[in-house]
Design a protein. Structure first.
Length: 288
């Protein structure tokens, strides 16, 4: 009887080791490095040549135990290429109770099953994600891996249960270096010189220089726009971050100056020296 009891204990022990041992889990992930939130921004696709200095992000990993998120930021890139050589992506900021999200993000990865045991199917690219705390610090979490070696997107689904507090749509031009060299675009954006006189009889150029903030990010193909019928713009308190500029020629005397189209913010058209005009949806649509 003692022999049978010993065998029974051994079987229970083997079963416990097989089912509950850490060896059934995947490799451990490093703890994410905490860095400045300014080091994090949406990363656009490789086909976009963006002449802005690259910032090295802190090392991604599991969420540190002493890191208390105040918000989560996700970035999702659209599939469509815009008519004026560019791509669009959305940036979302989420707030709420992060306890469940952190639990899902820090869950251990599973050991990958034997090849051939997992179904073959396409996987939608997961959005970019980072967490920000109240001190202006941020971490980039990684997702645990499931039994088929694919990211476990349970945490991404949990983010959708949080409160969406802000949403920004970005549009980034694809730069053609040859066109950029011959476009005579200034490398830096200069705010327009607003006046009070109505703009009449201006001949507007066809190729626009594109700016992201103050940095030149490319040029458009030829675009024919008319500003003659645009109404006067009202007061504006929102600075544009995406702009397009070209030149205009006064009817008389001949005077070549800049005209700025605000692609976001108050969405105005501002010929230097003249009163701002309100851009129409039809006019703005030519830039996307």
């Amino acid at each position: 009887m003692r022999w049978r009891w010993t065998v029974g204990v051994m079987l229970v022990a083997i079963t416990a080791v097989t089912c509950g041992s850490p060896t059934s889990l995947g490799p451990a992930r490093p703890v994410a490095e905490i860095g400045s939130a300014e080091a994090f921004q949406c990363q656009v696709p490789q086909q976009v040549d963006r002449p802005t200095p690259a910032v090295d992000r802190p090392t991604p990993g599991t969420v540190p135990l002493d890191f208390v998120p105040a918000a989560a930021v996700t970035c999702e890139v659209g599939d469509a290429i815009m008519p004026v050589a560019g791509v669009a992506y959305s940036e979302h900021r989420w707030e709420g109770d992060f306890s469940t999200l952190i639990s899902l993000l820090n869950a251990p990865s599973r050991r990958v099953l034997t090849p051939g045991m997992c179904p073959t199917y396409s996987v939608v690219e997961t959005p970019q994600l980072w967490l920000v705390d109240a001190r202006g610090r941020a971490v980039e979490p990684t997702l645990p891996v499931d039994e088929c070696g694919l990211p476990d997107v349970s945490a991404i689904a949990e983010i959708r249960n949080l409160n969406l507090v802000t949403e920004f749509d970005h549009r980034v031009p694809i730069i053609n270096p040859q066109r950029l060299r011959v476009s005579s675009c200034s490398p830096h954006f200069s705010p327009p010189d607003e006046g009070t006189e109505s703009a009449v009889g201006l001949t507007v150029g066809y190729v626009f220089c594109l700016f992201d903030g103050t940095v030149n990010v490319g040029v458009t193909d030829e675009i024919g726009i008319s500003i003659e019928d645009l109404p006067p713009a009202g007061p504006c308190s929102i600075s544009a971050t995406q702009t397009a500029t070209t030149t205009y020629v006064d009817a008389w005397p001949s005077n070549i100056r800049n005209v700025t189209v605000e692609l976001d913010g108050c969405r105005r058209v501002v010929p230097d020296g003249y009163a701002p005009l309100q851009a129409s949806e039809e006019l703005l649509a030519q830039f996307w």
